[in-house]
Design a protein around this ligand. Structure first.
Ligand SMILES: O=C(O)C(=O)C[C@]1(C(=O)O)C=C[C@@H](O)C=C1
Length: 121
């Protein structure tokens, strides 16, 4: 049992780590779409300006709502007695918007900034 939990935890942290490192690909797309906006900030090594350019508050709000909804739908314990949609969740879905807002998205953006700072080298 302990081994199973450890395996699950490491799978989850691997998925999160991969998601955060995808920030490099997202940053590349953003740079290609608006290189004239990003280039001066990259040349000036201005992290704050880059962070502002690549941040989309409305997208972040949507992501937080989506992960909470996904946890409600897909995080239910499945057994033969509960009806679809009435299952108890394995984790409290309201934790996920906080996890994403405080850790996952800031780390993704950190990866994006670090990638962009080297983009013109
Ligand atoms: O979708 C984007 O534009 C991203 O850069 C990804 C992401 C995220 O981590 O989900 C990060 C920064 C943006 O403010 C919004 C979302």
């Amino acid at each position: 049992m302990h081994y199973e939990i450890d395996t699950l935890n490491s799978q989850r942290s691997w998925v999160l780590s991969r998601r955060i490192h995808y920030g490099k690909f997202v940053a590349e797309v953003k740079f290609k779409d608006a290189s004239e906006e990003y280039s001066p900030a990259i040349q000036a090594k201005d992290r704050d300006a880059l962070m502002k350019l690549l941040t989309f508050e409305s997208v972040e709000e949507m992501v937080k709502k989506r992960v909470e909804k996904k946890a409600k739908v897909f995080g239910q314990e499945v057994n033969l007695t509960n009806d679809a949609g009435n299952g108890k969740c394995k984790i409290d879905p309201s934790v996920l918007p906080c996890l994403y807002g405080e850790w996952v998205m800031p780390l993704t953006k950190h990866v994006e900034v670090e990638y962009l700072l080297r983009r013109l080298d």
